[in-house]
Design a binder for this molecule. Sequence first.
Ligand SMILES: CC(C)(COP(=O)(O)OP(=O)(O)OC[C@H]1O[C@@H](n2cnc3c(N)ncnc32)[C@H](O)[C@@H]1OP(=O)(O)O)[C@@H](O)C(=O)NCCC(=O)NCCS
Length: 165
Amino acid sequence: MDNQLILRAPAIEDGPRLFDLIQRSPPLELNSPYAYLLIADHFSATTVIAERGGRLIGCVTSYRRPDRPETLFIWQVAVAPGERGQGLAKQMLDALIRRRPPAWVETTISASNHASLRMFRTWAEQRRYPLQHAIGYAADLFGHQPHEEEVLYRFGPLIHQETTA
Ligand SMILES: CC(C)(COP(=O)(O)OP(=O)(O)OC[C@H]1O[C@@H](n2cnc3c(N)ncnc32)[C@H](O)[C@@H]1OP(=O)(O)O)[C@@H](O)C(=O)NCCC(=O)NCCS
């Protein structure tokens, strides 16, 4: 089996595979199969999937904020358990940014997700993307559903800065 890493935009048929990967990636919140179908279809241009030997081993889902299209909002990042710690998450983020460079990158991270925080921090530091904290989503905004606060991280401006692999 060809073991080469492939990074590409998803096709509609990848929707169920995205659902399966996120299901295997706690603490990420699993959304409906329909939501992942929409991501693979409507948001394909701002989604990266990573495959090796035909297996889906990672993904970054994102979208351009409708109110601020120069901002790319990263929604979910997942790497299959056996593939972590090898720089794949950062590689997928770089691939996404190269595709159509945004001026700003935003994401929210729950305070207890140290792996995610570390990944985003080192990714931005190594590429000299300035980090600005902004107001995210307080726990009480999630209504009756228990949910940790989501802290908003805003990186940028990214324009005219070189990305490194
Ligand atoms: C977070 C996640 C995407 C990182 O993927 P990855 O491919 O292993 O990340 P990278 O190899 O690019 O590592 C990036 C940095 O994060 C660090 N890191 C990765 N996992 C870590 C962990 N569990 N605890 C602390 N730091 C961690 C790495 O050491 C690395 O730091 P370095 O550059 O200083 O060496 C992956 O662990 C994952 O899928 N977790 C479950 C889902 C999740 O929490 N997603 C993030 C929400 S957006």
